[in-house]
Every structure is written in structure tokens, then in C-alpha cells.
Design a protein around this ligand. Sequence first.
Ligand SMILES: [Mn+2]
Length: 361
Amino acid sequence: MKMTFRWYGEGRDAISLKYIRQIPGCSGLMGVLDEKAAGEVWEEEEIRAYVEHVHQAGLQVEVIESVNVHEDIKLGLPTRDQYIENYKICIRNLAKYGVKVIVYNFMPVLDWLRTDLAREIPEDGSNSLYFDEKELGNMTPMEVVQRTAAASGGFSLPGWEPERLADLERVMELYKSVDEEKLLENFKYFLDAVIPVCEETGIVMACHPDDPGWPIFGLPRLAHDQEGYDRILALRDSPSNTVCLCTGSLGSNVQNDIPAMIRHFGRRNRIGCLHVRNVKHLGSDRCFRESSHLSADGDLDMYEIMRAVYETCPDTYIRPDHGRMIWDEVGRPGYGLYDRALGIAYLNGLWEAISKNERAK
Ligand SMILES: [Mn+2]
């Protein structure tokens, strides 16, 4: 298992690479070039400069997140072919600099969604990302997005980049003719084009789940349970077509048995990487907050999760996912240093105990 940390880049992330290097047992990043719009080519020179900079700090960068899929690809518009060609160039360019895994998602229009980015946890005065479907009420997607942008403290959030949102209403309209089957068809068209390039370059595509893990605003969504992922993997049967198993996103849906899902996809060699965090449901299946990583603080059993990883995909990449904001840290919601570093220490502790116990058997 390779423990990593999400980092947004120099000048875009308040956390320095030096701090990340100082987290015990953290060997690298899941990197982001989030100044790039979906569909744009990531030039070789930009990737080289980025990777070398990370290496100089003593960290690896074998996983890249948020090579975003252009909306025209998901919609199946005639313009998709140009964006798919650009995506293939990105894959080739990233492979040249040692990248092994690309995390992406195929969610229409909206990436992850919360109704509060800093909901206080009454027990200890920290705060975290929070979702309550009731609070969505009669809000339109535009209202939700504007509210999220206003509350994000000047940072752009993954999936909420202003340039993507400019024509939100137009895109929502286009999706009226795209149902689940049509979206699957468009997904297959994309995978049929990019997976051969991945196979050739030794990269795996890791599809991040829907968050929250069910359809929102009547938009079709495909990646929020085992059955849905089975369908996605069957679209193109290849070791390069994999899951980014995000325990928190999948765990938002109380129907999902996360350790069982890890075993199911891990045994088939279809886990590209994992995001590991905990969630706590609050009085309803559709209301939850992001808790600390500790099993006792949330609904997920982190020991069972790490054991499933140990048993079925022990060489994978893991990172802690969103953390709470604690110790008065100011930063990007969900992506502070302190609670995520605590998450790493805890997950590494579980890993050491599980490995030693297994080896002693
Ligand atoms: Mn995630």
C-alpha cells in the first residue's frame, strides 16, 4: 500500500510539500493540475515541471486526479471526438513522467455536492462538509452552486470551477435527452477510445463514484453501487478500466457494504486506488456529515476496510479523503492539513497491526 495525500499545487494549496513530506508514512501525492479546464491538453512541459518539483520535495506522484472528462463526451455530442483526442494526448504525456493512475469521474454536470461546507460538529467544535437532502428543498442546481462558491472561502472546489458553471442551465437542458442507458453508451464510446491508449502506456483509469451516492436533480448517475460499477467495468473489459474506490462517497449510500465492495473489485484486480474516509449519518439515510477517520466517529468500519484492502489489493494507492477543520485551521473545505494527517497516522496504524497480525499467523 502506498499512502498519499491530495495536493492542489504551489500557490493554490496552503499546505507546503515540506509539510506533506513530514507526515509519517506518506510517500507521495495524488496530484492535481486544476488550472486546466476539462478537455484541455496537459502539455508535456507543464507535467514535467510539476513532477520534477514534487520529486525535489522527496515525494512521488504516480496518481493524478481530475483529468476531467469534457461535458460533450458525457452528452455524446459530435464535438466529443476532439476532446477525446486531447484526453489521449494527456494520457500519453502523463505516462512519460511516471504516472500510473488517472482518477476521473463520469458524473453529469455536477461533481460532488454538499449543502454545507462547514457544519459545526457540536460535540467538539470542529466542522466538516455536510449534506442534507431536505436542505436542497426547491433550490435549482444554479442556486446550490452559487451558494457553494460563496461559501468556499475563495478557493475553487473540484468540479465547481467558474468556467465550467457559466453555462450550467444550457447543459442541464441538454441532459433532458440523456437517460441512464444513453449515458452508459456515451461512457462506452469514451472507454473504447482511451483504454487502448492506457493499455499501451501502462496507465489505469480509475472512476470516482458519485457523491452523494444516488442520482441528484433528475440527472442520470451510474457509479454509486457495486452493480453500477460492474456495468461500467463490463463496458470495456480491461485491467486498465478500474474503480477509484472512495469509501466516503460510496458510504453516503447506506445500502453499500464497503468492505465487501473492496473485496469484490480487489479480487478482480479492478481497484486503481482508494480514497479512505468516514461518514456519519444523522437521523436519515439522506443526511450525513464527514466525520474524523476513526471508526467510532462514523458509520464505516475502518479496520474492516483496511483488512479488505490488505487481503485483495495490498499494493494499491490510498489517500485519506476530506478531513474536518480542526485546531482553527483555515483552508480549503475538506482539504486541511491536520485532520487528514491524523487520518494517515490512523490508517497506517491499522495497516501495521493488520500486516503484523497476518504475518504472525
Ligand atoms: Mn473521493
